[in-house]
Design a protein around this ligand. Structure first.
Ligand code: PLP
Length: 406
């Protein structure tokens, strides 16, 4: 480790988060000085940092409307309700996603129907086809860890069966399929600004759509009571039509969160380029060990890979545990999807009760898979350190194996 220290490596670098930019800090402080933290404090959308964030985000994504809320989970709930999901509705959802996603379905008393994922963490299209029934109204598709599923096949199946697609793009902001922004395929799409995501605002989420009815319903549901919809940039005669017809919960974002998030939109493309370089280096060097397998990349996807996932084939559960523990000793926050209580392993979503299916393919896909977030400011030496730490952990497990055999 001393060598690495000399090369400027501090293990704390691997858990760094993106700092708030000077512009974000200035805007947040200016807002605090006025006390106008509430998005509806002022009469005009131009005066609300939240409305400006919505305008800029929609423009970045190339969609007509955006609604900023307090989390991606909330955005998903509002999208589901706005798309007509009711108690008892069946909603297709990947079996490999974060627990918040099926939870958003369950809290609406709807029924999640889990679809298998394949060895590359994408939706298993054959299983999707099998699980579509005449009752299926909605597919809530997570682009888990930014790996993009076969969007052509999914769009076609949704069109043929009259299924509404909602994208959970919490991990896929800035990603593209055939050059088209992820989050512009669904009837509605949802993004997260929680600290571990490519836009870090602590917490926060945003719902996007091209559909007037969806944005009007979601805006009312988010808590745009009385005539506050006029303080959004979205204009639609449907606001009059739906006035008073939807329950108004409070899912609103504050101006402070928006001030922190908004300047980060302009950094996304550069961040994407840097992440793609880091990912290519790590994939090349770790694959060269002949012990590590990265998921296949799909030809039409462009990702912002702010994390890595890889398998160590051939290790049993105990060896995986030792391997992960050994890497962690180097200060790297490596996790295993199959670790106890991991919130991305479907068999830990015990609240599903009798709706918990058996998903052998998904289980196998996540079984030997490691997962690690990459801070955006890692340098070449940090990447070399990751490779060295993984190689050293492989040697450690192999040495233990040899000792056990001898
Ligand atoms: C795939 C996925 N979808 C949705 C969410 C929910 O995001 P939020 O924390 O903003 O509610 C998360 C959270 O990490 C996630 O990982």
């Amino acid at each position: 480790m001393n060598d690495w220290k000399e090369r400027g490596i501090d293990p704390a670098d691997f858990t760094q988060l993106d700092p708030v930019s000077a512009e974000g800090i200035e805007r947040a402080v200016a807002i605090m000085r006025t006390g106008r933290l509430f998005r509806y404090s002022d009469g005009q959308p131009e005066d609300s940092e939240v409305a400006l964030l919505e305008r800029d985000f929609a423009e970045y994504l190339g969609v007509r409307h955006a609604l900023a809320v307090n989390s991606c989970t909330t955005a998903i709930e509002l999208a589901l309700i706005a798309c007509g999901v009711e108690p008892g509705s069946k909603v297709l959802v990947p079996g490999f996603t974060f627990t918040a996603v099926p939870s958003a379905i369950v809290v609406l008393h709807a029924i999640p129907v889990l679809v298998e994922c394949n060895e590359d963490y994408r939706l298993d299209i054959d299983d999707l086809r099998r699980k579509i029934t005449p009752e299926t109204k909605v597919l809530l598709l997570s682009h888990m860890r930014g790996h993009i599923s076969e969007m052509d096949a999914i769009a076609q199946l949704c069109a043929v069966h009259g299924i509404t697609l909602i994208e959970d793009a919490a991990h896929a902001l800035g990603a593209r399929w055939r050059g088209k922004q992820i989050g512009s395929f669904g009837k509605a799409s949802c993004f997260s600004f929680q600290s571990n995501k490519v836009i870090n605002a602590g917490e926060g989420g945003i719902l996007t759509t091209d559909d007037d009815k969806i944005i009007v319903k979601a805006t009312y549901l988010s808590g745009a009571y009385e005539m506050n919809y006029k303080k959004h940039f979205t204009r639609s005669p449907l606001f009059e039509e739906f006035a008073g017809r939807l329950p108004a919960r409070n899912a609103r974002m504050t101006n402070l969160t928006a001030a922190v998030a908004r300047p980060q939109i302009g950094l996304l493309e550069e961040k994407g380029r840097r992440y793609r370089q880091m990912y290519a280096y790590l994939k090349r060097e770790l694959t060269a060990t002949n012990r590590i397998e990265f998921p296949q990349e799909y030809p039409h996807e462009t990702r912002i890979p702010d994390s890595i996932q890889f398998k160590v084939p051939g290790y049993d559960a105990a060896q995986m545990q030792t391997f992960i523990a050994q890497v962690r000793k180097s200060g790297l926050p490596l996790a295993g999807f199959a670790e106890r209580d991991n919130a991305r392993a479907f068999y830990n979503w015990r609240y599903l009760g009798e709706d918990m299916p058996d998903l052998p393919r998904t289980k196998k896909a996540i079984e030997n898979t490691c997962d690690m977030r990459l801070p955006s400011r890692l340098q070449e030496a940090h990447l070399a350190y990751i490779v060295a730490a993984v190689r050293s952990a492989l040697h450690h497990v192999d040495a233990m194996q040899r000792m056990a055999v001898a």
